[in-house]
Design a protein around this ligand. Structure first.
Ligand code: ZN
Length: 468
């Protein structure tokens, strides 16, 4: 059947309410109002399943040959959202990118679970400010309020289960989306309460405050890529490491003193709790990125960490990504030469960072054409810092903008062209210079690194030894 006919057929099918499941194939189709990309891409976990091009009427259509039942997500760049698919489903979506999640509507067979998951997602988002206020409450009161919010969502699910004939897996995913969302608030509570009120409540929690921990599953692959479940896991591992660390490993005044120890503690906790391969790999990766990117520990400590990571997670599917990050950080330690990355000047000539930084004191900062506000702010900041520290040359490195647009942006903002360059290969530059967060800057002297993890806005910048 030609695709446009089939598409029409789907609409008619849905329109008539004929949603009987006939084959194992899944039809996933829909209309995107105000598209922000030409494609719809469907994923399961990290695997790309299929993609479709929007037609002239901004409609798309995908047919999957007897796919695995479960949670998928579709991406219409730059946004994405979950979709739950079961064999035989004919599911339609309609969405307007001006209001992505709020405008999304599912219809067809399989629409009940999908609309429910979406409503939950929006309800949880809307509830968040209230939860933030609730973190100030005393433990018992917080405990009761969270439990009653959770119960009211479970009651709604109960009604849906009765009315809509959900499959066991659909019910399980919906329930997990509810309970793990509220469990996450409980995992965060002692820390949030302490930071908002100054009061320590860790030892005053009611005995049943964490009773749910007995029922948490660490080995259900259907939940691995469910956001509320994964968020819970991250917070749970952090909380449990912190609690056992405060007792045994000498955390002082509730502050982590030894980040290497604390993060190795997390690794060993994941090792002992989590057997499911995907979840285990993802959580190990999460700890590695957190530690390596945020802590900026010594070379020696980073090495101990990565050795422990390899010991516990030898066949991690993210291992090359983690190793690359580690190597990248290793190469930009103080006194090392700035990595040999090529950039292009306004004449289109290639020049290396080493060349730019030789015989001078240089601060490299970064921007990309996609975030106009960041560009305005960081170039203004560079102007300001440069007037305070005239012996430093402030050099802007653009990532990911095409030549024409880059030139226009530099012109329009009246930037000194001799201090602006564009990365030849943005991925290579991002990895080698570990450009995270975007406000970071790299300070060099005679092409040697002084500090590769400084920040254009950090207050410590003022105290930094390189400040005159
Ligand atoms: Zn510890």
């Amino acid at each position: 059947m030609p695709k446009h006919l089939l598409y029409l057929f789907l609409f008619v099918l849905v329109g008539c309410g004929v949603t009987e499941k006939k084959s194992d194939n899944v039809f996933f189709a829909g209309e995107i109002v105000n598209p922000t990309s030409e494609y719809i891409v469907l994923y399961k976990g990290e695997s790309l399943i299929d993609s479709a091009l929007l037609d002239a009427n901004n409609r798309f259509y995908l047919e999957l040959d007897s796919p695995e039942n479960g949670l998928y997500h579709f991406k219409h760049s730059p946004e994405y959202q979950y979709v739950y698919l079961e064999k035989g489903d004919s599911l339609l979506i309609r969405l307007n990118t001006m209001d992505f999640d709020e405008s999304l509507v599912f219809s067809g067979s399989g629409d009940e679970i999908n609309n429910f998951l979406l409503e939950l997602f929006l309800a949880h988002e809307a509830e968040e400010p209230m939860i933030y206020a609730m973190y100030r409450l005393e433990p018992q009161e917080f405990h009761q309020k969270i439990d009653s919010l959770k119960q009211s969502k479970l009651d709604q699910l109960g009604i849906l289960v009765e009315e809509a004939d959900l499959s066991e897996k659909e019910r399980e995913i919906a329930e997990a989306s509810i309970i793990y969302n509220y469990y996450t608030y409980k995992e965060k509570y002692p820390f949030k309460h302490k930071s908002y009120t100054g009061n320590r409540v860790v030892d005053k929690l009611p005995s049943d405050f964490y009773a749910y921990r007995e029922t948490v599953t660490f080995e259900n692959n259907d939940l691995t890529y469910l956001r509320p479940y994964y968020n819970f896991m991250i917070n749970h591992i952090g909380n449990r490491s912190f609690m056992s660390c405060s007792q045994k490993c000498g955390i002082k005044n509730d502050m982590v003193q030894n980040h290497l120890h604390f993060n190795m503690h997390k690794l060993s906790l994941i090792d002992s709790l989590v057997k499911e391969k995907d979840l285990r790999d993802n959580l190990f990766r999460n700890v590695a990125f957190d530690y390596l990117l945020q802590i900026h520990d010594t070379e020696e400590n980073n090495k101990s960490f990565i050795q422990e990571f390899h010991r516990l997670s030898r066949n991690n599917k993210h291992i090359s990504e983690v190793d690359e990050l580690y190597e990248g950080i290793l190469n930009i330690q103080p006194d090392k030469e700035i990595p040999n990355i090529n950039v292009l000047n306004s004449e289109g000539e290639r020049i290396s960072l080493k060349e730019i930084a030789k015989d001078t004191k240089t601060v490299f900062y970064f921007w990309s054409g996609t975030d106009k506000r960041h560009f305005d702010n960081i170039t203004r900041r560079a102007d300001y810092l440069s007037s305070k520290m005239p012996e430093y040359r402030f050099v802007g490195i653009n990532l990911k903008t095409d030549d024409a647009k880059w030139r226009i942006m530099v012109e329009t903002r009246n930037l000194d062209k001799t201090n602006q360059y564009r990365a030849e290969n943005f991925e290579k530059a991002t990895k080698a210079l570990v450009i995270y967060p975007m406000n970071k800057c790299i300070i060099t002297e005679d092409a040697k690194i002084v500090d590769a993890f400084s920040n254009m806005y950090a207050s410590s910048l003022k105290k930094s030894p390189w400040k005159p």
